[in-house]
Design a protein around this ligand. Sequence first.
Ligand SMILES: Cc1cc2nc3c(=O)[nH]c(=O)nc-3n(C[C@H](O)[C@H](O)[C@H](O)COP(=O)(O)O)c2cc1C
Length: 196
Amino acid sequence: MSDILCLYYSRTGKTREVMQDMAQALDAELVEITDGIDRSGALGFFMCGIDAMRRGTHKTQPYKTERELEDYKLVVLGTPIWAGRCSSVMRGFLKRHGLELRNVAYVLTRGSEHRDEDIFDQMDLYTTRPRLAGASIRVDSVGYHFWRDQFLNELKNLCNDLPALYAMDDVAVPAEPVKKSRRRRRRRRTEDDNAG
Ligand SMILES: Cc1cc2nc3c(=O)[nH]c(=O)nc-3n(C[C@H](O)[C@H](O)[C@H](O)COP(=O)(O)O)c2cc1C
């Protein structure tokens, strides 16, 4: 049973391809999520754009993981970029489960030259801690394998360091301040508060 989870949404298979590669290289559990909405064809494409811009979300369909989300030492979240934002399916997952994740890393897949790395910060608004790492990857680009492998190496190094992070949680940080800072984080405004 792996303590790394690669969880993703993919509309047309590109994010799936990257996340399958990542999960295999990291020996991680791989889980696909969906919100059950048919987003195929031109109408589906249009709906994706509208949902992303409005920051609208639907409930994530039931999915199965071997552990509770908070019991993974690292959760790698994969999503396509939609209209300069993360997909509304991943946003829906983060809204409902972001605070259960202990350590996160993000994989964005995109179609254009523009890396849109500000999306990492948008996603961080839903999690207890900011990301440990993030990559924005164009699956069809010539440099795909280079960028994928570079990010994989970064994740592997991180995973080696993670037991030390666990130790920091348990020993170095006094209990009371941790509780206060968690409460503050839960009350933080998110993009949705601004969406009206
Ligand atoms: C509605 C919509 C909006 C998109 N907006 C962007 C964008 O702003 N920037 C970009 O680089 N790619 C954009 N794309 C392209 C996808 O992010 C890209 O093709 C991605 O790799 C698809 O992943 P998937 O096959 O896993 O669904 C958009 C795609 C859709 C459907």
